[in-house]
Design a protein around this ligand. Structure first.
Ligand code: ADP
Ligand code: MG
Ligand code: MG
Length: 959
């Protein structure tokens, strides 16, 4: 029979702090605090398993629970020297719930249990204080009636309120004893009226009533909803803690409080909290009176203050983390009633971890493990100013959508990309306005200049977005779409920039022609202000102040720790010198993916040139168009190389199907025909020709350069000429030319030879020699399977896991939004744990990666391998890449810090796994020689460890 009750008291506890799953967070904390010598009122905990049993057997108590409870009451009576129901000096207890995870406000507590009409008189005599005794009794009747018996709270609250009003009293503690006594009688009469029976007088009856109340609250609607929302549905139940009462409501030398061992907002190492004199339980939280700051305790009650500081130190030394405490002071003696790891803001998370390393409380590795990827994300996003009142938020709320990218944005509504770009170039203020604001705020010349340089903030509202909108999306502060999910074009692109984005906002009724949208009867026109809260997915009307959080010093400290320990490099996906600059600031160590096609969308001139190239019907006119693009691309590459200060830069040659570049509407085609001097029919015909049923599997990637080698020639020339220019200027460069969508060695060889020919020509002509690499993406399953062969010529691999996922799963990323949610929904099909486009599918796509890595490195042992899909910035996928032995991950600039963190955490977790592996082995076979694999550096991956994939011996011999 399992042990169902765990005792704590008198300096000893049967349970311990690690047993949260059994005793609940509160029970485990009480046991642990007792064992480390803190003053905790004695008591016992009924296990969570007992609660689970109670539900499993149709709400019947487990057999013999009663016996165990009785034995523990006896023990409690012995420890405290008081007896439950004793008419002259009764033992009073609290009955408290507590699950394995904290569920604030979801379950309630009953205090002062054990009082009845006789015991209350005994208590009054014993303490010579009738007010105190009857205050305790009225609290108990109130709590028991509402919490255990389900009476509504208001009537009794109302009676209490009326009484205070009648007596012209504000404070509960001022009500005289006789009045309290009458109040108790009124409460009991009310109870009898509602329940049809007397208020229970037998403490044992009261106790079981309270225990079942705690068990039952587990299945209350609000608790179930809370668990669903917080995704903690796996919890089994709640424990019940029964604990001797101590009395903060005894007199003015008593009180109750809650505190944090450090400031939970900033993380500063100061004691932080509130307390109330002569009060009990949740009075502090309920805001009945204005509580006092903790700092005032020192002056008033130096003895209690000293004890509390001592407890704080003991707890921090013990738990090595910031704690959230509940305490009560009775006659200036401190009692600890609860401790748990305190919730904190992202900034505080960093601050506390860094400072605890400095204090030598924790190691750098522990500090790294304490940061969640979301903590970093949340540090970066602007948020709606906390000064905006709840009331205002409620009033201005327009509608909700899917919270695709967190952060907030406020700006003028526009309905197309061109308007977004145009508007975002306009100054925010007219010169007159600048003068006026500057005068009002007393700005200096520099500040004034900054103000004048501010541009209009824009919110781009679309039904959905497409690659042509990228420019406008970039210019906008926030993006709102009517359709799409978290992996839609809008979401993916916005996430890459860390730009606030709400998608799938289906209540929007967009009318592009009228340049307005409506939600119900509300109409929002172009130029109206909207504020988006991307974290919550809420759309507000009007303008709201946003604040950009400042990076705390500790953020840099912790990321430095990460950089010291991680073995995998972190690069970035960047297409412009601006992105590259930004990424360097974020800690990027090179570019893993520079998408040349994004450069073409940058201006009218560029898009025209590329269109001219595409519609050209013979090689000469194509070459002519390409010649226009050459200097443009060369300049771009030069800028990027320069920004990257000698870090490696991987440039991918043109990748998307050509039809994505050409206009599909008649007007656009006419305009194109006119500008390049071709007939409209010809242009239309060419666009028609480019149409494909399955463009993602069509004429794209390196296939374009197989058909049109002149495109390769232009791009390689631009890259190498830019590199040569850098070398001449003394700027270090390390170009890596990458061919996308390669599917085998033959195909790659053609491209590689041509690439080298052009590159060598450029270098010879310039009389400059520089190191460059030619490699390939591995994004077609066939390439992963044939990686051993491709590596004969390819000098590096980069896993393009977006396409690799798409093709491995035969799942179109752009269309899967319609049904993928069902696959991911854990209540529905639950085929995937997560969206495979967000978190890498380790079982399937991961297996292909293993094959590709094993093959590639069998042929070319030192082969440099990275990843450049969206997954390169997702923590779990990054950790997986570390175990695969990748040299680097590459992700969008805003994800770089997250990748740095995840890469470091992968090292820490790897070490821990190795340790527990060794421990388990030593346990299983104590005499056998330790056979755990040696720690392996990610920079020197061991292909042997990569699962069961056999590597062809011939391929290995081939090198
Ligand atoms: P919650 O889970 O909502 O925090 P608790 O079980 O911690 O609920 O109880 C709320 C408050 O009741 C505590 O913070 C404490 O002030 C008071 N309380 C609980 N048990 C006791 C006790 N044995 N003696 C005095 N006060 C208590
Ligand atoms: Mg509590
Ligand atoms: Mg691709």
């Amino acid at each position: 029979m399992p042990k169902r009750v765990y005792f704590f008291g008198g300096g000893k506890a049967e349970g311990q702090g690690t047993q949260k799953e059994l005793l609940g967070g509160k029970g485990a904390g009480l046991a642990e605090m007792t064992s480390i010598g803190l003053p905790v009122p004695a008591g016992f905990t009924i296990t969570i398993d007992s609660c689970a049993e109670y539900y499993a057997s149709g709400k019947r108590y487990p057999k013999d629970l009663d016996k165990e409870v009785r034995a523990n009451i006896a023990r409690l009576e012995k420890t405290t020297g008081k007896k439950l129901g004793d008419p002259s000096d009764p033992l009073l207890v609290s009955v408290r719930s507590g699950a394995a995870k904290s569920m604030p406000g979801m379950m309630e507590t009953i205090l002062n249990l054990g009082l009845n009409d006789v015991a209350v008189e005994g208590m009054a005599k014993k303490f010579n204080d009738a007010r105190f005794a009857y205050d305790s009794y009225r609290r108990f009747i109130q709590m028991y009636s509402t919490t255990a018996m389900g009476l509504s709270k208001e009537p009794m609250e109302e009676m209490l309120h009326e009484l205070k009003h009648k007596l012209h009293i504000k404070d509960d503690a001022e009500i005289p004893a006789p009045e309290l006594k009458t109040l108790c009688q009124k409460f009991k009469a009310f109870y009898r009226e509602k329940r049809g029976e007397d208020f229970p007088q037998d403490p044992i009856v009261q106790l079981w009533g309270a225990i079942s109340a705690v068990f039952n609250c587990w299945e209350a609607d609000k608790a179930i909803t809370y668990r669903r929302v917080e995704k903690i549905e796996y919890l089994k139940g709640t424990a019940v803690n029964i604990q001797q009462m101590v009395f903060g409501n005894k007199n003015d030398r008593s009180g109750t409080g809650v505190c944090f061992t450090r400031d939970p907002n900033t993380g500063e190492n100061v004691f932080y909290g509130d307390w109330l004199i002569n009060a009990q339980g949740e009075d502090v939280v309920a805001g009945i009176r204005t509580p006092m700051r903790l700092s005032e305790l020192a002056g008033k009650y130096p003895a209690a203050n000293k004890q509390l500081y001592k407890a704080r130190e003991i707890l921090e030394q013990h738990y090595k983390d910031m704690q959230d405490l509940e305490f009560t002071v009775e006659d200036e003696k401190l009692y600890m009633l609860q401790c748990r790891t305190g919730k904190r803001s992202p900034a505080a998370t960093f601050h506390i971890a860094a400072e605890m390393v400095k204090q030598r409380l924790i190691t750098k590795e522990q500090a790294i493990s304490r940061i969640a990827p979301e903590d970093i994300e949340r540090l970066f996003y602007p948020v709606i100013d906390a000064k905006v009142s709840k009331n205002e938020l409620a009033q201005k709320k327009l509608t909700t959508g899917i919270n695709a990218v967190p952060g907030a944005a406020s700006g003028e509504v526009v309905f197309n990309a061109a308007d977004a770009e145009a508007l975002s170039k306009l100054p925010m203020y007219t010169p007159q306005e600048v003068e006026k604001i500057a005068a009002e705020r007393g700005l200096n010349a520099d500040q004034k200049e900054l103000l004048a340089a501010e541009r209009k903030p824009v919110i781009l509202v679309r039904k959905e977005t497409s690659p042509e909108d990228v420019g406008g999306m970039h210019a906008a502060q926030g993006i709102l779409t009517q359709t799409g999910g978290k992996t839609s074009h809008a979401a993916v692109v916005a996430r890459g920039w860390g730009k606030c984005c709400i998608v799938g906002c289906e209540t929007l009724n967009i009318d592009y022609a009228k340049q307005e949208f409506s939600v119900g009867s509300t109409v929002v026109k172009k130029g109206d202000y909207l504020t988006l809260d991307g974290s919550e997915g809420i759309v507000y009307q009007g303008k709201m102040d946003l604040v950009k959080p400042e990076m705390p010093e500790a953020y840099y400290t912790i990321l430095k720790f990460c950089d010291e320990i991680r073995t995998m490099k972190v690069r970035t996906n960047a297409d412009t010198p601006y992105d590259a600059e930004n990424a360097i600031k974020m800690g990027a160590e090179g570019i893993g993916l520079c998408r040349t096609e994004h450069m073409f969308f940058d201006s009218e001139e560029r898009i025209l040139a590329i269109r001219e190239m595409i519609v050209a019907d013979n090689i000469d006119s194509r070459k002519k168009a390409l010649a226009k693009l050459l200097p443009i691309q060369r300049e771009d590459f030069y800028g990027i190389f320069k920004a990257m200060r000698g870090y490696p830069v991987t440039i991918r040659l043109v990748d998307p199907p050509l039809h994505e570049f050409v206009p599909h509407d008649e007007a656009g085609q006419k305009k194109l025909a006119e500008t390049i001097g071709l007939s409209f029919e010809k242009v239309a015909h060419r666009v028609e020709q480019l149409h494909e049923s399955n463009p993602m599997l069509g004429h794209r990637g390196c296939r374009l350069c197989i058909t049109y080698p002149e495109i390769l020639e232009m791009q390689v020339r631009a890259i190498m000429e830019a590199a040569v220019k850098c070398v001449k200027e003394g700027i270090k460069v390390e170009p890596e030319i990458m061919h996308p969508l390669v599917l085998d060695l033959r195909e790659f060889s053609i491209l590689e030879e041509h690439t080298r020919k052009v590159a060598n020509e450029v270098m010879a002509a310039a009389g400059v020699k520089l190191k460059y690499l030619v490699g390939t993406m591995i994004e077609v399953p066939r390439a992963a399977l044939l990686a051993d062969e491709i590596a004969k010529r390819a000098e590096f691999f980069s896993f393009g896991t977006n396409d690799l996922t798409q093709m491995t799963m035969a799942l179109s990323r752009d269309d899967a939004g319609r049904f993928l949610p069902d696959y991911v929904d854990q209540k529905k099909a639950a085929i995937f744990k997560e969206d495979p486009f967000q978190s890498l599918d380790q079982a399937g796509v991961g297996k292909l990666m293993k094959i590709g890595i094993a093959g590639g490195r069998a042929t070319r042992p030192g082969l440099k391998i990275g990843i450049c899909g969206e997954h390169g910035g997702e923590a779990k996928s990054v950790k997986f890449c570390h175990t695969l032995g990748l040299n680097y991950v590459s992700c969008s600039p805003y994800r770089v810090p997250i990748a740095r963190l995840a890469a470091a955490q992968a090292v820490v977790e790897g070490k821990a796994a190795l340790k527990s592996d060794k421990g388990a082995k030593a346990k299983a076979a104590p005499k056998a020689k330790a056979s755990a694999p040696k720690a392996r550096k990610a920079s020197k991956p061991a292909p042997k460890k990569l699962g069961k994939i056999k590597v062809k011996a011939k391929a290995r011999a081939g090198r």
